[in-house]
Design a protein around this ligand. Structure first.
Ligand SMILES: [Zn+2]
Length: 254
């Protein structure tokens, strides 16, 4: 199984438009972060998690020519605003399968109503197949068992996903014990760590490290990073030896 980090930045991305913060001005390519998303593939299957405003650029950069579906964590714009750009995949492959909580599909129907039009649908609009994800109901994607993991992003329900020994969890602030139990034995864990200071809806660096310590994965990668976390090179040096800052284009094999 192969995972590529398409984006590792928080909602505004790094650099932030108009910012003169030193991290936003950094010339280290690892300090340039598009909005969070990953590409996950195995054998002949390729899936994307989330479809933020940088989706087009991310697909071009990763030279991704075919996707078997998109899984969504939640409906916030930094995870969904690129939805119209699935069109090249739709034109080539037909309706694109989506996997998400049904509340997220309700939001899509409001924000991207033209995609769901049943009468006089505009010919250039993409088509999708909605697959509802329910907690405690694992599902199969091309031979791999996927377990949804529920967490709270302030008071908004979000889903993370476990694919065999790999877990992708982002936009987490609180997570119940029963959900943590689903992470037992995970080899590679991706978890959000926004910044040093606490935040109402995201793990801070200390909270993410505490969570990793509790789950005990072999390796953990931090994502959904704000410029306020600091420079990639400096923060990386201070992390425990099995914890890494993810960066855009990083590819790992599980
Ligand atoms: Zn987010």
């Amino acid at each position: 199984m192969k995972v590529t980090f398409l984006g590792t930045g928080t909602s505004q991305g790094i650099p932030i438009i108009g910012s003169d913060h030193p991290v936003c001005l950094s010339e280290d390519s690892r300090d340039k972060r598009l909005r969070v998303s990953i590409l996950i593939s195995w054998e002949n299957a390729t899936y994307v998690i989330d479809c933020g405003p940088d989706f087009r650029q991310q697909m071009l950069r990763a030279k991704c020519t075919q996707i078997d579906g998109i899984l969504f964590t939640h409906e916030h714009a930094d995870h969904t605003a690129g939805l119209d750009d699935i069109r090249p995949f739709y034109f080539r492959q037909g309706n694109i399968p989506f996997y998400a909580h049904k509340r997220v599909f309700g939001e899509f129907k409001k924000r991207f109503d033209y995609i769901f039009a049943t009468e006089n649908k505009y010919p250039g609009a993409p088509g999708v197949i909605l697959n509802e994800v329910r907690n405690n109901q694992p599902f199969e994607l091309d031979g791999v068992n996927v377990t949804p993991i529920e967490a709270l992003h302030y008071n908004l329900q979000v889903f993370g996903y476990r694919f065999d020994d790999f877990v992708y969890l982002t936009d987490v602030k609180t997570i119940a014990k029963a959900e943590k139990d689903k992470l037992k034995g995970v080899k590679v864990l991706v978890i959000n760590a926004l910044r040093i200071k606490e935040h109402i809806s995201h793990f801070s660096l200390a909270e993410a490290l505490e969570f990793i310590e509790e789950i005990q994965p072999e390796k953990a990668y931090l994502t959904h990073i704000s410029h306020l976390l600091g420079f990639h090179a400096e923060v990386s040096k201070k992390l425990p030896k099995n914890v890494f800052l993810a960066y855009d284009t990083l590819t790992i094999t599980i």
